[in-house]
Design a protein around this ligand. Structure first.
Ligand code: FES
Ligand SMILES: [Fe+2]
Length: 437
């Protein structure tokens, strides 16, 4: 059956079949699985290396460490960005140690070899002492595929990978509306969470947990799955669109105006009292107001957004491990990566990239009002400080799930249809690790 969604899409078009492969527990804790993922997945997909805005001058660099690998991405004289494995060709010392840095050359901390931003060796100690002659100008760092898109620097270790835009496909086309390349990263926290990276992916690939883990959002986000769009795209990416500024249709409170919705109505010049008993009409009314007032209120980035994008949460999962939740005023990135040595831990990132609002010093992010200024990534040891209210709620169950998945009592998952994105994620992963993709 074909269902027309509130976005006008025919659901059938984005609803590929799944096989029902068991989602086994071992994939969440064995080293064998982790190694297969490294060989067949992580070394073949596009990764977000960091923010393009951190690369201002030629020679500026950013680094990204992934499992035991590290990649350094450098700004070139012509404005482009090139990436290299972050290891000296002399005897392997890691070259760049900071996440963000820069200079005329990358200087190795061991014997002082210098590498130009284009990866060429330019200075060595005792150049006459090499059997093949001075290696400067002849030896280069190992290059890695690199592209800049959406204000982000991406890299891919597979020389045969599809270009980034081909791999993102329809997701890139849709994301253009939010103009991510004009956003600034105003929040970036990273933590080491004691669970496998896929536990976090599974969670962000379903909204079934929202009523139990995030009951506070029901007053302003409609978590009713029958009114949510779920779409699955080629290459494992997917989209979920959840109506915002509309109370959840799951409860009899659907027409009661509560605080967050009342604030949004007031912010856009509407009287919350007029919506008492008909809160479900607020979303459309705010869309109309935003369309009428966005310029004078300092939100020029609304120019390219459609009605749904003005109020709703467009939640994209990029295979395998990145979620970009697009809000009208920014993009929330949630990413989990494997821990360098322990399959039962992962590295979790929570960033927010925002558009400026004219005349405002603060923007609204996942942690509420947030100063509009560019920030570096901050590492927070897990459990020592909040990673964001909703993220904390999500992670609160991850550790317990890691335990339960070791049990003989867990036999492979029993999923409702609305969790189909979880099933598809694991089937694509199975295909990759088994060499079928
Ligand atoms: S390992 Fe880099 S100069 Fe020796
Ligand atoms: Fe959640």
């Amino acid at each position: 059956m074909t269902i027309e969604t509130f976005l006008g899409a025919k659901i059938e078009a984005f609803d590929p079949p799944v096989r029902g492969d068991p989602i086994t527990g071992d994939r969440y804790y064995t080293r064998e699985w982790a190694q297969k993922e490294w060989d067949k997945v992580w070394t073949r997909v596009w990764h977000i290396g960091g923010m393009a805005a951190d690369l201002e001058q030629p020679g500026d660099y950013i680094t990204h460490n992934l499992v035991r690998e590290s990649v350094v991405m450098l700004k070139q004289r012509d404005g482009s960005v090139r990436a290299f494995f972050n290891a000296c060709k002399h005897r392997g010392y890691r070259l760049a140690w900071n996440e963000v840095g820069g200079g005329d050359a990358l200087t190795c901390g061991y014997h002082g070899w210098k590498w130009a931003p284009d990866g060429t060796l330019i200075e060595v100690q005792d150049p006459e002492d090499f059997a093949g002659g001075n290696p400067c100008g002849k030896t280069r760092l190992e290059e890695v595929r690199c592209e800049v898109w959406g204000g982000l620097v991406w890299y891919n270790m597979d020389p045969d990978a599809k270009p980034l835009r081909d791999w993102l496909g329809i997701v890139a086309e849709q994301l253009e509306a939010w103009q991510m390349d004009r956003m600034t990263r105003v929040m970036a926290v990273t933590s080491d969470v004691p669970c496998n990276w896929k536990i976090i992916r599974d969670n962000f690939n379903e909204s079934y947990h929202i009523p139990t883990l995030h009951p506070q959002i029901a007053s302003s986000i409609d978590d009713d799955y029958t009114d949510t769009v779920f779409e699955m795209f080629p290459d494992g990416h997917n989209r979920m669109v959840m109506k915002g500024l509309q109370p959840s249709g799951r409860y009899p409170t659907v027409d009661i105006v509560e605080a967050p919705l009342a604030e949004a109505l007031a912010c856009w010049g509407l009287d919350p009292e007029e919506f008492e008993g008909k809160a479900s009409k607020a979303r459309r009314a705010i869309q109309v107001q935003k369309r009428a007032l966005y310029r004078e209120k300092g939100y020029p980035h609304y120019e390219t957004l459609n009605d749904s994008q003005l109020t709703d949460y467009h939640h994209y999962t990029l295979f395998p491990n990145v979620t970009l939740t697009m809000w009208p005023d920014g993009a929330q990135l949630l990413r989990s990566e494997p821990h360098p040595t322990d399959p039962e831990r992962c590295i979790f990132d929570h960033w927010f990239m925002a558009h400026p609002v004219e005349g405002e010093e603060m923007v609204i992010g996942p942690n509420g009002p947030t100063k509009f200024e560019q920030v570096d990534r901050e590492f927070i040891p897990y459990g020592t400080a909040t990673l964001g209210e909703v993220a904390d709620q999500d992670l609160s169950v991850a550790v317990g799930q890691q335990e339960g998945l070791h049990s003989r009592g867990y036999t492979g998952g029993l999923l409702p249809i609305q969790e189909k994105r979880v099933q598809r994620f694991h089937e694509i992963l199975n295909d990759l690790v088994d060499g079928r993709r």
